[in-house]
Design a protein around this ligand. Structure first.
Ligand SMILES: CC(C)(COP(=O)(O)OP(=O)(O)OC[C@H]1O[C@@H](n2cnc3c(N)ncnc32)[C@H](O)[C@@H]1OP(=O)(O)O)[C@@H](O)C(=O)NCCC(=O)NCCS
Length: 181
């Protein structure tokens, strides 16, 4: 049963400040889990965050979801459709993060499951891709249990520092049956 103290909803432009605070915390505390660094992200003007969040969280582009505990944003997950015409059947799962004080109560699982539900409702979207770092074993387990399957590994996908590389696993969830054959 899902935790009644935690509620999920779509994030909107007005959530930009709390979204960005959580995002920067995720990047600062988990450099092994994300493709962008805290250092390169921290100077982003909040107006740019607001604009991007508004676009990213509106159909048919995708959704950004927030999990709230006691009124505070404690978790995020998003699905973003690819822009090029020939790739608009694909979306990327991004920003999966739950703050330490809210972990271990099924919040990430709910966020990702809900993101999949939203993705299914997006017109003509056929598959969700993601990349997960080799050290993010918890996240990988959640994705696998929700139906994502691995299809490759990018060696040295991220360089955390001199000589400190991270491979990333590529996973996909097909929302529709492929052509018979
Ligand atoms: C990974 C993360 C999102 C999990 O959040 P969470 O809300 O604690 O996860 P949940 O409570 O929903 O756990 C769901 C399942 O994953 C398992 N799980 C969670 N963290 C785990 C870990 N570190 N190792 C192994 N399993 C883990 C849980 O046991 C649970 O399994 P169950 O449903 O069979 O009981 C959170 O620890 C986090 O934000 N980590 C840092 C950022 C990160 O790695 N993001 C992913 C980027 S790809």
């Amino acid at each position: 049963m899902s935790d009644p103290d935690v509620s999920l909803r779509r994030l909107v432009e007005e959530d930009a400040e709390s979204f960005w605070a959580v995002r920067l915390r995720a990047l600062r505390e988990h450099p092994e889990a994300f493709g962008r660094s805290y250092e390169e992200s921290r100077a982003t003007p909040i107006a740019a965050v607001r604009e991007r969040l508004g676009i990213a969280s509106a159909p048919p582009n995708g959704v950004a979801l927030g999990a709230f505990l006691g009124g505070a944003l404690v978790g995020t997950a998003g699905v973003a459709r690819q822009e090029p015409e020939r790739q608009r059947h694909k979306a990327t799962l991004w920003g999966v993060y739950v703050a330490p004080e809210a972990r271990g109560r099924g919040v990430a699982r709910r966020l990702v499951a809900e993101a999949i539900v939203h993705a299914r409702a997006l017109p003509d979207l056929e598959q969700i891709h993601l990349m997960v770092g080799e050290r993010s074993l918890g996240a990988r387990a959640i994705y696998a249990s929700l139906g994502f399957v691995p299809y490759g590994r990018e060696p040295r996908a991220n360089r955390l520092g001199p000589g400190d590389y991270l491979d990333e696993d590529l996973m996909v969830l097909f929302l529709v049956e492929g052509p018979a054959g």
